[in-house]
Design a protein around this ligand. Structure first.
Ligand SMILES: [Zn+2]
Length: 54
């Protein structure tokens, strides 16, 4: 699944969704990916707290 969004407008996803997209990484890692590594085309919706998942 393409996540760079270079061919379209930015998409807004929740931390939980990014967690799933990236292979169930930790919520903290998901936030770092967006904030530090700057995945283009992704806007993180931080108003929804991540659900527990296993
Ligand atoms: Zn998960």
């Amino acid at each position: 699944m393409a996540v760079d969004g270079k061919d379209g407008p930015p998409i807004t996803i929740t931390i939980d969704k990014l967690h799933q997209m990236m292979g169930h990484i930790s919520p903290e890692a998901a936030k770092r990916l967006v904030k530090e590594f700057l995945i283009s085309g992704i806007i993180l919706n931080e108003t929804e707290s991540p659900k527990s998942c296993d």
